[in-house]
Design a binder for this molecule. Structure first.
Ligand code: CS2
Length: 489
């Protein structure tokens, strides 16, 4: 047996940390929707460290679509390794917090039963921005989405995150059980609050009484989550195998840094995540804004401009001197003045640590990966900052360049005339608009700005926004990303 699994734990090299608890005593207290690499490198790691003291907080991982994670991890008894690197080197740890894995479409009844299990006290999510079935510009539920319409009618066979949560809550109410706490862990502003309003609207369409019960009984604490977790590659699998002396079908490579800020509002208790490094606060909003605007806003800017320059990874993009400088200026000059003060928190040190994290050469974080789903990401990463600055009459040149770089990217043709694999829920609309406009900024910028789900109705009619975006796009077409960054710093 050469595969990571319970029976092989004792054969791991001494240097590899492993579960310090008896996995057979572990029970499920958390059902996690969206069991991808991020959750396995984040919440699961915080939880793993506590299971020796309280084995009742094991995590049942749910995939809402693909069986890939279950297929990789079930033969390993849910075990997997997390290798975390920084400039001091790499530490590798085997995580045992998963009690099982479910692929929702394969067995919706089983998932329903688990959600109604009184031992389950938290249902958490990392379903990405598009998993919220909402219009990112307004936060409104996309009521005409075919999957949402399906779920409103067939709540016992849900396809969406919202349908799954509401279906689970309905079972709890019908069984006379207290609801679970819903813990949103995605990169959205006020993620708990956003998820709550979407859940309530969805429930209202299904059964207004249920919606009222949820409004009165269910807690939706917001969280800020942060850890850079690139998609796993075959090279990572080979490295993990070498370190473990065993095969791990889905290891995770990440950075050592990890942060989790959580609003302390749980009706059925919660793990003592603060003992493993999380921070409980009354209001997450200022942390979330800081992270989304500084980290993710810079990440998206680096991804679009970097990709256009031919940089494969974020570290490669940071090796472009003009781009690295531009991003530093973006954070310091344009984003920071829009952030509320966080009593005593050193924003300059935070920015410096972000630049260092982006430079981490061991992380092969592809610009293409971050460039994905731009239509869902731009609003909270760049456009909110832009709105705040415009309201104060402040310039937005670097932010506008980030938006223009996204526009250039979604044309689907790079600066060497090679095709770009644009992944986005709005991909077909983006393709139609960019093809009709052609590579002409004065046509393309207004065409893309007409997408209300991204830009709302205020920005496209504000010349203080449209003019710098169109000018930057024009220069991107004419001189390319590298020269333009060079001219802007
Ligand atoms: C990235 C994030 O893929 C992306 O869009 O910006 O996943 C980023 O790595 C995390 O938010 C870091 O916490």
């Amino acid at each position: 047996m050469n595969r990571l699994c319970n029976a092989a734990l004792s054969r791991l090299p001494a240097l590899i940390e492993r579960p310090a608890y008896d996995r057979t005593r572990m029970t499920t207290g958390i059902v996690h929707l969206g069991i991808g690499a991020f959750q396995r490198a984040h919440q699961a790691v915080y939880t793993d460290a506590l299971l020796a003291d309280d084995p009742s907080w094991g995590i049942l991982g749910v995939s809402l679509r693909s069986p890939d994670t279950r297929d990789a991890l079930a033969p390993q008894d849910g075990l997997y390794s997390v290798s975390a690197t920084d400039d001091r080197g790499t530490g590798c740890r085997v995580i045992g917090a998963l009690t099982g894995l479910i692929v929702a479409p394969e067995d919706p009844a089983l998932l329903g039963e688990r959600l109604a299990d009184p031992a389950v006290r938290i249902v958490s999510t990392t379903v990405t921005e598009k998993g919220y079935s909402h219009d990112p510009a307004t936060g409104a539920l996309r009521e005409d989405d075919p999957d949402i319409r399906h779920d409103v009618r067939h709540i016992d066979r849900p396809r969406t995150t919202l349908g799954t949560i509401v279906g689970g809550l309905k079972r709890r109410r019908n069984a006379g059980l207290a609801p679970f706490t819903v813990l949103a862990c995605d990169n959205l502003p006020s993620n708990g609050h956003t998820l709550r309003s979407l859940v309530l609207r969805f429930a209202e369409l299904h059964d207004p009484d249920l919606s009222r019960w949820i409004a009165g009984e269910v807690r939706f604490p917001s969280t800020m989550v942060d850890r850079i977790v690139p998609a796993t590659t075959d090279a990572d699998r080979a490295v993990a195998k070498y370190a473990l002396g065993l095969e791990d079908a889905w290891p995770i490579m990440t950075e050592r840094f990890s942060q989790w800020v959580i609003e302390d509002d749980f009706n059925l208790g919660r793990p003592e995540w603060d003992r493993s490094g999380a921070q409980f606060v009354r209001d997450v909003a200022p942390y979330e804004l800081m992270k989304l605007r500084l980290l993710n806003g810079s990440h998206s800017t680096l991804a679009y401009l970097g990709y256009l320059m031919g940089a494969e990874t974020v570290a490669d993009a940071m090796n472009e001197p003009a781009l690295a400088r531009l991003v530093e200026e973006l954070m310091r000059l344009e984003v920071t003045p829009t952030l509320p003060s966080l009593g005593g928190f050193d924003l300059a040190a935070y920015r410096a640590s972000l630049l260092e994290r982006f430079r981490n050469p061991s992380l092969r974080h592809r610009t293409w990966q971050i460039a994905m789903d731009g239509s869902q990401k731009l609003p909270q990463r760049l456009l909110g900052t832009i709105r705040d600055r415009l309201a104060q009459g402040l310039p937005i040149d670097r932010l506008a360049l980030g938006v223009a770089a996204w526009m250039r990217y979604v044309t689907g043709i790079d600066e060497k005339q090679k095709p770009i694999d644009v992944r986005d829920p709005l991909a077909s609309r983006l393709k139609a608009l960019t093809e009709a406009a052609g590579p002409i900024a004065s046509r393309l910028a207004p065409a893309l700005l007409s997408i209300k789900e991204i830009f709302g109705s205020d920005l496209p009619t504000n010349p203080a926004f449209t003019a710098p975006v169109e000018a930057a796009l024009d220069r991107l077409f004419r001189i390319g990303a590298r020269d333009l960054c060079g001219q802007m710093i």
